[in-house]
Ligand binder design. Structure first.
Ligand SMILES: Cc1ncc(COP(=O)(O)O)c(C=O)c1O
Length: 448
């Protein structure tokens, strides 16, 4: 790309000039015009991102399996004498995950959704009990409640974090509310200290959907261990990918035994004699939720590198976001200093169109033309989906809220940058140059 080397204003002055131009729509300031000589790739100019395509794709590849995963799968296949032998991987993985998270009880399940269903079974609340849950969420966090007669009460998200909005939860509290299940969206922990205080004050059970937040913590305590129960998903896109898999997290023996008995018919017989669910040996409660042993074998290898992989991604996000946030209109989800977040799927940023002076759609189009794999994806808002509005599927039909301004704002302003899983300072420089180039042209893009 042909950078204009003659114009070297400070970054702040440069973008202030740009902002002034946008505000006047067409009243071009000298510096901005000089910089705008760099034709957008959208209009036939050269792309800002010239990084070799194969290396660019390799940095983004996920999940990342290699020799260790191949070795353990081959060993398992070659050295296992009978079908029962495969399952020894499950208690080993549970032990390692329990140590990693410092959780008193864990249970491996076939996926996050089955861990959620077991969790709601373990709750053992009367039908009609209300559970506060974000609408900006994966379906199984809400829908699995249906099987036990619970009522999902949809809570908004805080547009600064895309996580559970406590103020809205307080508004939705009724005498039927029994629990809340915040979800740590895209790897950012919810404000668990505030949620725990709220739960304690109101006598509610704090649960967590930690499907996105493997390795994240708050005040040194891992997500998934704050709530009385929690779940993780190990589906292939997750920070700890097992292609498919899930984990239930339990703070008490009672919750653990009940959740395990639901979908693990062989477990009750291993429980102490006084366990209320021991009598259900041989059947459990009608489901079979065992994790595939190959997934457990792969997950054990992946767990060894989880912190390191999270750290590489976070370092790259920091290097990029610290520069992108200097552009008018760009911000990132707020993360408190006592929260250690991770990144799931992509890095979410926000564009405030009024401050940027042009539309998100125009930004995406221009950046993509520059070779930046920027994207957007609206998280489905559960409360808008058909199944929640049809009472025939529900013991107690959920109430559909008229609006969810936090969801609307996040879905309407976010954009995603890819996660980079290796050292990539040059590529990050090129991404930044692409953004700066597009920002220099935003008056023109605002008119398009
Ligand atoms: C927030 C959330 N909860 C629960 C799940 C369910 O996990 P699984 O796909 O392993 O069933 C997912 C899956 O993507 C999720 O994103």
């Amino acid at each position: 790309m042909s950078e204009n080397k003659t114009t070297t204003p400070t970054r702040r002055a440069f973008f202030q000039a740009g902002a002034a131009t946008v505000a006047g729509l067409g009243a071009a300031g000298g510096r901005l015009v000089a910089s705008s000589q760099d034709t957008l790739a959208l209009n036939g100019g050269s792309k800002a991102v010239t990084y070799p395509a194969d290396q660019h794709a390799a940095l983004r590849r996920w999940p990342r399996y290699g020799a260790a995963e191949k070795r353990v799968l081959h060993e398992l296949i070659d050295n296992t004498a009978d079908s029962g032998g495969f399952y020894k991987e499950l208690p080993e993985f549970e032990k390692e995950w329990k140590e990693y998270t410092r959780s008193p009880f864990v249970k491996a399940h076939m996926n996050g959704s089955s861990a959620l269903t077991s969790m709601y079974f373990a709750l053992d609340l009367p039908p009609g009990s209300e559970i506060l849950v974000p609408s900006y969420d994966f379906f199984s966090d809400c829908l699995a409640m249906r099987f036990f007669g619970y009522v999902p009460v949809f809570v908004d998200i805080d547009p600064r974090t895309a996580c559970f909005d406590l103020a809205d939860a307080k508004r939705k509290l009724t005498k039927e509310t029994r629990a809340l299940v915040p979800m740590h969206a895209w790897g950012l922990p919810c404000e668990l200290d505030h949620l725990q205080d709220f739960a304690n004050q109101k006598g509610l059970i704090l649960l967590e959907d930690a499907a996105h937040s493997h390795g994240a913590s708050m005040q040194g305590k891992k997500t998934g261990t704050w709530g009385q129960m929690a779940i993780f998903s190990f589906q292939g896109s997750k920070p700890l990918p097992g292609v498919e898999g899930g984990m239930g997290m339990y703070q008490t023996r009672e919750y653990y035994e009940r959740a395990a008995a639901f979908g693990h018919y062989e477990d009750p017989v291993t429980f102490p004699k006084d366990s209320p669910v021991r009598a259900y040996e041989g059947t459990g409660f009608g489901q079979k939720y065992r994790m595939h042993p190959f997934a457990a074998a792969v997950l054990r290898q992946q767990l060894k590198g989880l912190d390191e992989r999270n750290a590489v991604v976070s370092k790259n996000v920091r290097a990029l976001n610290d520069r992108l946030k200097q552009l008018p209109g760009i911000s990132e989800p707020r993360c408190r200093p006592d929260q250690e977040r991770v990144y799931y799927y992509k890095s979410m940023l926000f564009l405030e169109e009024a401050r940027a002076g042009f539309k998100r759609a125009a930004m995406l189009k221009a950046l993509q033309a520059e070779g930046v794999p920027v994207s957007m994806w609206d998280y489905p808002e559960q409360h808008k989906l058909k199944i929640y509005s049809e009472s025939k599927w529900w013991h107690h039909a959920p109430k559909i809220p008229p609006s969810m301004p936090g969801n609307t704002q996040v879905n309407g302003t976010h954009f995603f940058m890819p996660l980079l899983h290796g050292d990539a300072p040059e590529l990050i420089d090129q991404y930044v140059k692409a953004f700066e180039k597009v920002w220099a042209h935003r008056a023109e893009l605002a008119k398009a």
